[in-house]
Design a protein around this ligand. Sequence first.
Ligand SMILES: Nc1ncnc2c1ncn2[C@@H]1O[C@H](COP(=O)(O)OP(=O)(O)OP(=O)(O)O)[C@@H](O)[C@H]1O
Ligand SMILES: [Mg+2]
Length: 270
Amino acid sequence: MDGSMSQTVTGAVDAPFYLPQDDECAVFSAAHANGLPLILKGPTGCGKTRFVAHMAAKLGRKLYTVACHDDLAAADLIGRYLLKGGETVWVDGPLTRAVREGAICYLDEVVEARKDVTVVLHPLTDDRRILPVDRTGEELEAAPGFMLVASYNPGYQNILKTLKPSTRQRFLSVEFDFPKPDLEVRVVAQESGLDEGRVHSLVRLAGKLRALKGQDIEEGVSTRLVVYAATLIAQGMGVERAVQAAMIEPLSDDEDVKRGLLDLVTAVFG
Ligand SMILES: Nc1ncnc2c1ncn2[C@@H]1O[C@H](COP(=O)(O)OP(=O)(O)OP(=O)(O)O)[C@@H](O)[C@H]1O
Ligand SMILES: [Mg+2]
């Protein structure tokens, strides 16, 4: 396989832990059952990737994940002829494989992909459900069970990077946000092994930091970072050091801003 491609494949295994925020599992299942594509919108580290991994495993579908970027070409999704031992052979890309196998194809950060890539998705995401593979002359009909899922973060510096209406209106969309405090406590405790009592203050701090979004910091602290902080504390690191490394430094490089954020830490932990 082309080594430059960032792609992962996972088979049907025990579903990874995912705590629903709302009725997103039902929406995903209904989309899958009806062959409809789905977009997940939401800030970094709020659980989108985990949700897709969880649902793919629950539905018993193989998952092909592609991290999109602006160098990604349509051939990276569809496939290409490669030279193997003096012979030219066709190698399916992850999208083509998912279409043939009835698997789930997850395009992470789809707004990063070039327009020529998103256009490839069009015949697959309307009622035709076909993938034209121009290079081999095939026109593949998506196997039952095939589903296209895409995600993006509508926040940071993405004002210029949005999907064309003709693309986004081919997908169902679900908005994600950080889990509500009581749910986030359960998520962080489960993921880190730190007891819920000690996780509470971390989640309270996360709420205060998120309230600063758009003023001093670009993005609120992610659930991922709260899990990091709790993991360090569960391993024996002092709370203040763990919080600084996991929940303050990743948010800003500005000394004044960081001092302000540390004041919030003192306010929460005393
Ligand atoms: N509802 C949830 N259930 C279980 N774990 C969660 C949940 N929400 C967040 N997490 C935790 O947060 C971490 C980050 O989530 P994930 O990687 O899915 O974020 P993401 O939304 O895909 O972020 P990005 O946009 O940066 O890719 C997960 O590894 C998991 O530990
Ligand atoms: Mg992700």
